[in-house]
Structures are given as structure tokens and as C-alpha cells.
Write a protein of this length. Structure first.
Length: 165
């Protein structure tokens, strides 16, 4: 765990929804990532999945959550919210999260895991360094990765690799 805090049953419920959203993205021909924003009262207030297949690679669900949170939540609500995501934020999304003042991030799989899977499959590195959230936005509390979800998420990425092949 990034911050050493244990993953709760509530965390797992939201992370499983992220995996469902990632699967929906894959079924729609997109990269398998999904994210959920939970307000301080524990209510899911926004969720999204990757939408980069059209060529706009800023259409990450975590970035959309930051935009939505800035437009719809007070700074206090944003700070007390939790973002759940199937994969650790990329540097762009980590920065957006920090700039709008969202709270804790709980991620199912890490950037390091995804990087290793891609390396093993011979997929070239992307145009942005896969830095962990804590290197881009060091004051954001994080929890993850979650080992019990890794195989399922790896499987989604493997399916994407097979589709692209």
C-alpha cells in the first residue's frame, strides 16, 4: 500500500465498479480504465471510463473526475472525496487531481505493474513517463495496489493487446 492503510470492503466495492467500467471501455474499443468519485458522505457522485479511442488522449476518467469535481463540488467536498480507479493515475491525471484539490486516491493496480505487463508483452513505452502519483503530487494520500484485483485487470489489458495485435 502506498500509504500503508488497509483496503476496506467499501474500497473493494468501489474498485470492483472501476473494473466494470474498465471492461465497458474495452468492450467499446477503448483502453480498459475506469474510475469512480465518492463524496465525503460515501455517495458515488461521478464515474467514467477511458474515452481515448478517438485520438484525444486526455480523455482519461481520472481527468474527467477532476474537471467534474471542480465544477460541481466545493473545495471542502473535493478535499474529503475519494477517487477510486482501476489503474494508478498517470502524471497528467495526478496533476489535475492535485490542482483541483481532490482527496485520497485508491487504485487497484499500479503504474509499475502496467509498465511491467507492457514490457513483458513487447508493447512500447508511451510518450509520458509512468511516474507514481506520489512523485507527481506528493501530498495526495494514496492506497494501492490491491493484489486481489491484479489478475482481472491484467486480463483486461491482455485482451486489449490481443485486439490491437
Amino acid at each position: 500500500m502506498a500509504d500503508g492503510a488497509a483496503i476496506t470492503e467499501t474500497d473493494l466495492v468501489h474498485l470492483r465498479r472501476c473494473v466494470e467500467l474498465a471492461s465497458e471501455a474495452l468492450e467499446d474499443g477503448d483502453e480498459p480504465f475506469g474510475s469512480v468519485l465518492v463524496d465525503p458522505d460515501g455517495t458515488v457522485v461521478f464515474e467514467d471510463r477511458n474515452r481515448v479511442k478517438g485520438g484525444d488522449h486526455t480523455r482519461h476518467p481520472e481527468f474527467e473526475i477532476a474537471r467534474w469535481g471542480a465544477a460541481h463540488l466545493t473545495s471542502q467536498q473535493r478535499a474529503g472525496s475519494t477517487v477510486y480507479t482501476s489503474g494508478e493515475h498517470c502524471p497528467m491525471c495526478s496533476a489535475a487531481h492535485a490542482w483541483v484539490g481532490l482527496g485520497t486516491i485508491v487504485f487497484a493496480t499500479s503504474s509499475a505493474q502496467l509498465t511491467e505487463w507492457h514490457r513483458a508483452w513487447g508493447i512500447p513505452a508511451g510518450p509520458v513517463a509512468p511516474l507514481p502519483i506520489t512523485q507527481v503530487a506528493p501530498r495526495i494520500p494514496t492506497r494501492g495496489p490491491v493484489p486481489e484485483l491484479a489478475a482481472e485487470i491484467r486480463g483486461l489489458h491482455a485482451r486489449m493487446r490481443d485486439i490491437d495485435a
